[in-house]
Design a protein around this ligand. Sequence first.
Ligand code: BG6
Length: 457
Amino acid sequence: ATDTRQTLLILGASGDLTARLLLPGLGRLVDTGGAENLTLLGAGTDDWDDERWRTRVRESFAALGASGDRAEAVAAASRYLRADVTHGADLRRLLDACQGEIVVFFALPPSVTAKACAAMKDVGLPPRTRLVCEKPFGVDADSAHALNELLNQLVPEGQIHRIDHFLGKSTVLNILGLRFANRIVEPLLSNVHVASVDIVFDEDLGLESRAGYYDGAGALMDMVQSHLLQILALLTMDAPPSLAAHEFRDRKAQVLRATRVWDDDPVDWSRRARYTSGQIGDRLLPAYADEPGVDPARQTETLAEMVVAVDTWRWAGVPFRLRSGKAVGSKRKEAVITFKEPPRTPDGLTGPEQPDRLRIGFTPDRIDLDININGPGDPFVLDPVTLGSEFGPGELPPYGEVLRGVLDDDPTLSVRGDTAETCWHIVEPVLAAWRTGAVPLQDYPAGSTGPKDSLLS
Ligand code: BG6
């Protein structure tokens, strides 16, 4: 924690991201004793006054139960300034209204973020200013590189925070404890023992009125390029000597640089699909293509799969199957490590032997180990059992956790600039293959388990 006065300046304060994720996370952080000495300043193009903004702040804080004295004090003292953040004079006015160290959060689309950064170059930033960028960071490797160059002209890399809120999810962070604080897990995680790894994040939510953003992105960009590759990095990186930002981020960067499409063949090793109408529970979802704001001709995928290799001595030969889809009935959110068969099972032990599996569940947060034992009944007949544990959510929601790092000036959980570019390089061959039409866009009914021709079935 810091004793210095800080101002969190949110650009895009009247937008959806601020209301749905950023402010609720901040509220919990404040409520649990973090973000001391914080002043909150909102800026946006909407013609709001302070009271309207404070109502927004209070409502969003209350969404995750933050309504104590500390949260109320931050809300009551916060202010809103109407501004066009791509204009130097407006930016100057905003920076002058800040007290102490400034943390600028770009809750804006990538193109507006880039324009705001360009305008900031002329205005100049006070020392120690931190810049916080949301996902997606750029829209491809070139734009991410250009944005990095812009940001690096404004402040040093250590003061740039690229948010990936999955790095603030407690189960994702639990991968570190599971791997590096146990003797019995880590030695098994290599191509000697692991047959394959699946990282799946299927949601039962559909588009949720986000066409403006999502239709230009799609599942590969929205989920795989960012969140799933971060999970892959935590599962495959070597043990860092400490969780200091440079150690942790170096280890992640190393494995991501070694990650590429399986066989370098994006046509055989990727799939894309889009949901048609269907029933999920008691909801009838319209087809994605019929959602307001969607241009069906863009052929935006709502489900993406790709298989990658992590070409290191430890992981070469192990397929990592990544998949994320919207409007999927099964709602599977987990990483599954499937182990190779034992070298030999003694004659006389019979029964259905299933591969050992370590399953890390993201929502609900749990860890399960599927193994074979001599179960009940005949002692020489094998039975599958699962050793499992479910644990409660983290103290902070993911946005609260990543914001804590930002406000404490600790970039450990922020994505480093080189890594943001690497993640684009990993998915770009797939995006290029899709553009040529070489991988057909499949259909799947909303509420089903996904497309028929899946790489995971
Ligand atoms: C966001 C994506 O980054 O992550 C969404 O843009 C997705 O499309 C969301 O639904 C999933 O994260 P969470 O924390 O809601 O499970």
